[in-house]
Design a protein around this ligand. Structure first.
Ligand code: C2E
Ligand code: MG
Ligand code: MG
Ligand code: MG
Length: 275
């Protein structure tokens, strides 16, 4: 028995190492199974106001522990899910789950913003805005408690359609953030046309602060750009005190990163920060 267990542990290890080699079809099937059997979870990572150290909100991040594959990173499975289309039902589950959780965290005069990542295919669905509105209604949640994180690539796919949807979402009162700002194929003109609330500076610009001169210039410019446009700005991937100090000096509004906290389950977040 022990020997068999050892062998399957080895296979497990091997498969986990080779996840990149798994066929997309197998991974797609595993994701559909995981959705059906409720093996996806959301973890939440704090977003902190730099001036006060106050946690203003959290970002919901998808987690998947597969029974055979072990822990699979969203960096690996989200692109496959987008390609196969299974991101649409997964994304709907994320919206439902995050909004339900946000409703629990915004009872009794308490306030906690929850940011939700949205993929391109999900955003392109004709009923995307309705699905957000319906979930807010179902859980009796004020729209301003929700922030949607969109990537630049979403906004350039079908500009007229995107504009319509973003205006409807903004009219509802939902906040809109540009995720991984500066890494996509974008023109700055959308910042003028779209009702954006916040820019999220990608962590690839943050990791080498304040040493790398280009990153210093880029991050400083993004903060100025955001404020000149009356947008809020958050830096992601903040890991050191020196990075935090730099961002604070440049009047960046918020930060998110391992320096303050990793993402964790709703229970753990409550125990650590909401008591
Ligand atoms: P993202 O939206 O840019 O999320 C930030 C990522 O950076 C998260 O990785 C987070 O755990 C990680 N991170 C946060 N602070 C630090 C830090 O200080 N250092 C480092 N090295 N990393 C940090 P995660 O959770 O692996 O997610 C990766 C990406 O997967 C996300 O990037 C997002 O694009 C996508 N994703 C995650 N959840 C969802 C989801 O529910 N829906 C969609 N469509 N995409 C998701
Ligand atoms: Mg994000
Ligand atoms: Mg990001
Ligand atoms: Mg990023």
């Amino acid at each position: 028995h022990v020997k068999e267990r050892g062998r399957s542990d080895f296979r497990f290890y091997q498969r986990q190492m080779n996840i990149g080699l798994l066929s997309r079809m197998k991974l797609d099937h595993a994701m559909r199974q995981a959705l059906e059997h409720q093996r996806f979870r959301l973890h939440y990572q704090p977003q902190v106001e730099l001036a006060t150290g106050k946690m203003l909100g959290v970002e919901a991040l998808l987690r998947w522990t597969d029974k055979d594959l072990g822990e699979v990173s969203p960096v690996q499975f989200i692109p496959v899910a987008e390609e196969s289309g299974v991101i649409v039902p997964i994304g709907n589950w994320v919206i439902q789950t995050a909004i339900k959780q946000a409703a629990l965290w915004n009872r009794d005069g308490k306030s906690m913003r929850v940011a939700i990542n949205v993929s391109a295919l999900q955003f392109q669905q004709a009923n995307f805005v309705d699905s957000i509105a319906a979930a807010l209604h179902e859980h009796a949640l004020q729209p301003h408690c929700i922030e949607l994180e969109l990537t630049e690539s979403i906004l350039i796919k079908d500009v007229e359609d995107a504009l319509k949807k973003l205006e409807s979402l903004a009219a509802l009162g939902v906040k809109l953030a540009i995720d991984d700002f500066g890494t996509g194929y974008s023109s700055l003109s959308y910042l003028k046309r779209f009702p954006i609330y916040k820019l999220k500076i990608d962590r690839s610009f943050v990791g080498d602060l304040p040493v790398d001169e280009s990153d210093v210039a880029i991050v400083t410019a993004i903060i100025h750009l955001a404020h000149a446009l009356k947008l809020r700005v958050i830096a992601e991937g903040v890991e050191t005190d020196r990075q935090r100090e730099f961002l604070q000096q440049r009047q960046c509004d918020e930060m998110q990163g391992y320096l303050f906290s990793q993402a964790m389950s709703a229970d753990e977040l409550e125990q650590r920060y909401l008591r």
